[in-house]
Design a protein around this ligand. Structure first.
Ligand code: DQA
Length: 144
C-alpha cells in the first residue's frame, strides 16, 4: 500500500517558522517519523512539498491510480484554493487533511477550509503528531 504526503507552501521552513504555532521540528524530521511509522505498518510513503499551487495540483493529478491514500497539509492554500479542491475530487481514495495548529483557534480567515468537505477527515491542533495520526486514519480507511 502506498500513501502520498503533500506539504504545501512554507512548510519547508518548519523548524524556523513561527515555532509557537508550528513547533520546532523540521519537515524532514516529520517525514522521517512518518516513514518509520509507515514501515512498521507495511505502508510506503512518498513525500512532496511545493510552494506553488499549480505544482500541487499537478502532483495530485499524477497520483491518480498510483496511491491508496493521500495525506495533505495544503497550508495557506487550504483557505483559498478552489484548484486544489477540484484536483482532490479527481481521487477516489481516502484523503486526510492535516494542520499542525488548530486552525479554529486562530485568525478568522484560517477557520475556513476549502477542502474540508471533500476529504475523508481532518486532523488539526496536535502538532507534528497529527501526521502520525493521519497515517493511522488513512491505514484504517485503506484496508479492504
Ligand atoms: C497550517 C495552517 C495554515 O493556516 C497556515 O497557512 C499554514 C500551516 C498548519 O499546519 O497549521 O501554513 O496549515
Amino acid at each position: 500500500m502506498k500513501i502520498l504526503v503533500i506539504h504545501g507552501p512554507n512548510l519547508n521552513m518548519l523548524g524556523k517558522r513561527e515555532p509557537r504555532h508550528y513547533g520546532t521540528e523540521t519537515m524532514d524530521d516529520i517525514n522521517r517519523q512518518m516513514a518509520d511509522k509507515g514501515m512498521a505498518l507495511g505502508v510506503t510513503l512518498d513525500f512532496f512539498q511545493s510552494n506553488c499551487e499549480g505544482h500541487i495540483v499537478d502532483r495530485i493529478q499524477s497520483a491518480i491510480e498510483q496511491y491508496e491514500g493521500l495525506i495533505i497539509n495544503a497550508a495557506a492554500y487550504t483557505h483559498t484554493s478552489l484548484a486544489i479542491r477540484d484536483a482532490l475530487l479527481l481521487l477516489d481514495i481516502p484523503i486526510i487533511e492535516v494542520h499542525l495548529s488548530n486552525i479554529y483557534k486562530r485568525e478568522p480567515f484560517r477557520r475556513n477550509s476549502m477542502i474540508a468537505d471533500v476529504v475523508s477527515g481532518q486532523i488539526c491542533g496536535f502538532g507534528s503528531h497529527g501526521y502520525l495520526l493521519a497515517i493511522d486514519a488513512a491505514f484504517q480507511l485503506m484496508r479492504p
